[in-house]
Design a protein around this ligand. Sequence first.
Ligand SMILES: [Zn+2]
Length: 242
Amino acid sequence: MEIFTYDYYEELLKAFKNNGYEFAFFDNLDLINKKDAKVVILRHDVDFDIQKAKIMCDIEKKHNIFSTYFFMLNSKFYNIHNLENYKIIKKIISLDNKLGIHFDETSYEDKNKLNKFILNEIHFFETLFKQKIQVLSFHRPIEEILLDKIQIPIAHTYQKLYSKDIKYLSDSKKEMCGGDFLDIINSKKYKKIQLLIHPFWWNKTNRSASLDYEDFIKRKNTELKKEISNNSDIYVFQENNG
Ligand SMILES: [Zn+2]
């Protein structure tokens, strides 16, 4: 089966179910700490493209599965205040998923005030989406965070409990760390797993990471032209030139 395809992702979800895993949110501590329970915490970091997060969410719903979606406040690629994006995120929440903050510390100059900025972002997200924020994931985390050496005012996905005490699997850089995820799940080797899936890397068919970027650039380019056209009497967007 081709990896990084929606079909593969469905197989992955089925494999968790068939092997007796329960799906958990980051704050389901009783379940996560339950000695013999098989538990998976599904996480999505949305770095580029909110539309692709929605596709992931639709697949999960087909299988009655929930996960935690992490969005950015200060992204240059998407704006969560934009009505279209806002509606998608609201829809994702309404399907029993949870919202987390994908925090990019490079958005801020004064690194000594990290906790203040984190509290600000929590406030922004909670006010906008009316859902309690219980967990944060760092975008391209610095070493101190990976080593769980920094204390922040909220739970985060690189804490020992979520990344060292349990098996941490990630598709970062469009690679399956530790080997084929399906094989790992079917091996039944790990009782507790945190699985990080970046929706950006997943498609109908398998393709290279550079093609994912190129496709994204193409779509954004068209979007930008349409948007300029919508806001200008001088520039006219023509579909065949897009
Ligand atoms: Zn990220």
